[in-house]
Design a protein around this ligand. Structure first.
Ligand code: GSH
Length: 238
């Protein structure tokens, strides 16, 4: 990577992007975060990688797409492929779908502003113009329909029941030290726990019923664990 600046392409509030960002920070990688607007992000991702999903890390010599691959590239130990796979395929997408089923239908949610936070001005302008279309695509793509929310809430409860059991009596998920499984679980649950290190999640305005659910869940062992792991191990304000 000598002489070339690594760049991490993200969607600002994405928890998969936070997983990659945390891994890079923890591994001490020097990089610049490049925030993309939803909509225009697809062109950037296609140009760099395959498909439209972020995060993508461009090290200067390599392009690595996906938070799992980026974590692997950092070499951080303490992985648990089964648990991380469940987070990647089940818990992460479910948390996202649940929150977007509220945010994309709540006029004062500030979701568009949060998605455009820190995006360079010309691209943010394009993101704003394209927003009605992007919003529809997001709803369709994630099946984040407003009337799906109660069912999704029950599914999130079930996921938290499962993870409550995983963290019972444990400080870390693998062995006696902090590692990649902890980064995976904590980052993908961060939108529910809203730790201080993730200020964007605190700026969203959620409908009362969702705010109420989140308040109740914060007392759970799993989200308490997320808050603690963030407080003890997330030392960057990026
Ligand atoms: N498994 C992937 C998931 C990445 C992902 O779903 N990224 C979302 C943001 S949370 C995204 O870029 N969505 C827009 C798109 O796919 O076009 C990873 O770990 O990176």
């Amino acid at each position: 990577m000598a002489g070339r600046e690594a760049r991490l392409f993200v969607l600002a509030p994405s928890h998969f992007c936070e997983r990659a960002r945390w891994a890079l920070d923890h591994a001490g990688v020097i990089y610049r975060e490049v925030r993309c607007a939803p909509g225009p992000h697809a062109l950037i991702a296609i140009r760099l990688g395959t498909g439209t999903a972020l995060p993508i890390l461009n090290t200067g010599t390599q392009v690595i797409q996906g938070s799992d691959r980026i974590l692997t590239w950092t070499g951080i130990s303490g992985g648990d492929p089964d648990l991380e796979g469940r987070f990647e395929r089940w818990v992460g997408p479910l948390v996202r779908r649940y929150l977007y089923s509220a945010l994309l239908h709540h006029p004062s949610s500030k979701v568009r502003e949060i998605l455009l936070d820190g995006v360079p001005r010309p691209q943010a302008l394009m993101g704003r113009l394209l927003w009605p279309l992007t919003r529809q695509r997001m709803i369709r793509g994630m099946e984040a329909w407003a009337d799906a929310r109660p069912g999704l809430e029950r599914q999130v409860e079930a996921a938290l029941d499962w993870f409550d059991a995983q963290v019972a009596g444990r400080h870390y998920l693998v062995g006696g030290g902090f590692g990649r499984a902890d980064i995976t679980a904590a980052s993908l649950l961060a939108p529910l726990a809203r730790p201080a290190a993730c200020p964007l999640y605190r700026h969203l305005s959620l409908p009362f019923a969702v705010e109420d659910a989140l308040r109740g869940w914060r007392k759970r062992r799993s989200l308490f664990w997320v808050e603690r792991i963030y407080a003890e191990h997330r030392h960057s304000d990026k």
